[in-house]
Each structure stands twice: as C-alpha cells, then as structure tokens.
Design a protein around this ligand. Structure first.
Ligand code: NAD
Length: 378
C-alpha cells in the first residue's frame, strides 16, 4: 500500500492507495469509525456500480448508513444538489461527529466536501475517489465547492478530509475519455515538478499510443493499470508538497494552474460543452509552453516533447473553430486576473515549473500568435 501523508493547518491525514482497498473498507471502517453514523454520497452512475453494495456491506457491519444519490454530471454540482444533501443529513439527525463519505469523481468529492464543511459548521468527511482526476487532483488539497449558473466553483471552502481511500481498481470501469481527462493532470504534474514522472509516462505510451483523440489503445490501458499505484501516489505527493507550502492559494499553488489560464478560457468559450477539462488544460499547456519558449523563458525543444506525450495519450493540442477574440475576453475576466496583472505558471524545463507575472496587454500580445496556431485545424 502507498501512503501519502498530508499536513494542513487544522489536521494531518493520510491518502492510502492500494488495489483492492475498496473491498476491505467495511472491515477498516469497523475499527476506525465504530459507533458513527455514515452518509454515502454517490452520483447515479456510481451508486449501482459500487455504492449500493458498499452501503449493504457497511450495514452488515453494524453501521447506520444513509445513501444520498444525485444525478451524475457537472451541472448537478449545484446548490440544489447541496440542499438535497443537507436535507438528508438533517432528516437523518446527523451530528458533527458523524461522517459524510464522497464515493465518486470530482463532482461528488467537491460537493460532498462543501456539505461536510458547512453542515453544523463542519462534520467528518472521507473521500473515496473513483475517477482518475479525483484520485490525482480533486481529492487532494482541500478545495471544495459547487457551481452557480454564473460560473464554476463560485461557492466553496477549504476543508480537508479525515482520510482519502484510493483504489485504482475503480478505474477498470472508467470510460476511456474520463481516463484521458485525468491523464492531463498526471502529465501536468510531471511537467511542473518531476521529469522522471514525465519520462515514465512517455515510456509507458511509446509504441502503444492513441490512434484517435479520446480513445486509448487497449495495450496502453493495460500498461497503465500495472503502474497506477505508483503514478497516483507520485501525483498526490507533488500536489501535497505544493498545497502544504500554500494551503490557501496565495502564491505557489498557482503552479498547479499550469495550462489552466487558457484551459479555463477555452472551457468558458465553449460553454463547458466542448473539450473536457483535461483536454482544455492539455491545449493550454501546449500553447503556453510554445509562448514561453518563444519568450526565452522555457528551454528550446520542450514544447515538442510535451506535444508528443499529449498526443500519445489521445489529448488534443489545438482546437479548430475557436474564436480568438472570445478566448482573449475570457482570459480577461478570469478570477486570477488581478488589477491588470496576470500570473502565469510555466515551465523553465520539463520538471521545473515557475511563476511569471505579466500585464494583461503583454500577455494578449504574446498569446495572439499562439492562439492563431491553436485555433486552426490540427
Ligand atoms: N477540488 C479540486 O481541487 C479540484 C481539482 C480538479 C477538478 N475539480 C473538480 O472535479 C470535477 C471533475 O471531476 P471528474 O472528472 O471526476 O468528474 P465527475 O465526478 O463528473 O466524473 C466524471 C464521470 O465519470 C463517472 N465515473 C467516475 N468514476 C467512475 C468509475 N470508476 N467508473 C465509471 N464511471 C465513473 C462519473 O459518474 C461521471 O459521469 C469538476 O467539477 C472540477 O471542478 C476539483
């Protein structure tokens, strides 16, 4: 079993990573959470796959368990679903020492975390991430939130879980496109902090790469499965190190936004109906690295290496038919645009991420040519 310990201002907790861990959780819970009432939050995809049997096993183990099921999808990471969770907790007479369990992807984790942070001003919270993105990114770092019609993650908090139980076996049922979505974050982690992780990802996929965007070669999936415990652990360590140094997102944590300034802008322009988050970030990483390489901030040749690995994992590096002006407008209204200045995360070389502050006009000027490149057909 791999273990990543996370120290935050309020608590220290472990991320435990092991194939088959989910099957053992009812026994582990009997020892760790004896006497507590449990609520298990799942979306409508995860409940029949894993939630129902989990709830039954916990009940057999003597726990009082309330399942809370919401409609799958980002559009249900909403105040309405949050209210539904509060209502179930209130009707079930949950107390602060009881436990809310997020069993699902990042949507479930973010929303359940916000419910745990706010119900009775804070109750027990456990994450059991089931998507790759949730395992390597959203379950680490304590950011919890729901969306508003006006934008994503607008209502949120910083709230750390009591524990994260990660079982890579969940990924056997994850569709290719969702796995690829998470691969974008793994590649990002290698880019900003770990050249060896980046090389491992290249070696795994070399000769087994995706033929088509959004579809993984079965032999690559097989090779990935064998390495997942290590890959997830390394990615969690990288995010943990950055988050521990800047828990409340004041400076260093912005490194995690590598590729996100442009990625978020693309998602917004496409009204969240186009590229997935991971795909948009992939385009953002490629475009920004091309830009910083031209500025002399990034060692020459790194953009080509990045584009190579993104393609191996079926991730896009350009977006045909995107309106350049709309993307620039979306960057301007991004929340990280502070008083005309914008901080961008970039890589000096693969494995070494840095932050650079520039004014918006300079960014617009520099990014103009890059956008022309990414908005044309691949
Ligand atoms: N808190 C953070 O720091 C942070 C970081 C990154 C992303 N996020 C958030 O995470 C969310 C995206 O996460 P996501 O991509 O996991 O989305 P998601 O939770 O919607 O999961 C994607 C889809 O995969 C399904 N799924 C999940 N696990 C599965 C499995 N094992 N088998 C079959 N299907 C499975 C889900 O039901 C869903 O349909 C966004 O809301 C984003 O804002 C948060």
């Amino acid at each position: 079993m791999e273990k990543v310990q996370v120290k935050s201002r309020d608590k220290t907790y472990d991320i435990l990573i092991e194939s088959g861990l989910f099957q053992r959780l009812p026994e582990i819970f009997k020892v760790r959470y004896h006497g507590k009432k449990l609520a298990v939050v799942c979306d409508t995809h995860i409940y029949p796959l894993y939630g129902e049997s989990f709830v039954q096993k916990l009940r057999h183990g003597g726990f009082d368990v309330v399942p809370i099921i919401f409609e799958a999808g980002e559009k249900h990471k909403s105040l309405e679903s949050l209210t539904q969770i509060y209502a179930c907790l209130a009707e079930g007479l949950f107390t602060r020492s009881d436990i809310l369990i997020a069993l699902g992807g990042g949507v479930t984790g973010d929303m359940t975390g916000l419910a745990a942070a706010t119900f009775l001003r804070g109750m027990g919270f456990i994450q059991i991430p089931t998507s790759l993105l949730a395992m390597v990114d959203s379950s680490v770092g304590g950011k919890v939130a729901v969306d508003l019609p006006q934008g994503k993650n607008l209502v949120g908090a910083f709230y750390q879980p009591d524990a994260v139980y990660t079982d890579p076996d969940f990924l056997l049922s994850l569709p290719d496109n969702e796995l690829i979505n998470g691969m974008g974050e793994l590649i990002k982690a290698g880019m900003i902090r770990d050249a060896q992780l980046f090389d491992t990802l290249v070696q795994l996929a070399e000769g087994h790469g995706a033929d088509t965007k959004g579809v993984l070669n079965p032999s690559l999936r097989q090779r990935l499965n064998e390495k997942l415990e290590y890959l997830i652990m390394r990615c969690c360590q990288i995010k943990r190190d950055i988050v521990e140094a800047d828990e409340f997102d004041n400076d260093l944590r912005q490194l995690l936004n590598f590729g996100h300034t442009l990625g978020h802008a693309i998602e917004r322009v496409q009204n969240y109906q186009g590229l997935s988050h991971g795909e948009a970030v992939a385009v953002g990483m490629a475009a920004f690295t091309r830009m910083t390489e031209a500025m002399g901030l990034t060692v020459k040749g790194e953009t080509d290496k990045l584009i190579h690995v993104l393609k191996l994992y079926g991730l896009p590096t350009c977006v045909p038919d995107l309106c350049k002006e709309e993307v620039l407008k979306a960057i301007r209204i991004d929340k990280k645009n502070r008083s005309g200045m914008i901080t961008i995360a970039y890589i000096e070389r693969i494995g070494l991420g840095r932050l650079h502050s520039m004014n918006l006009e300079e960014l617009e000027e520099r990014i103009d040519g890059v956008l022309t490149h990414i908005c044309k057909a691949s």
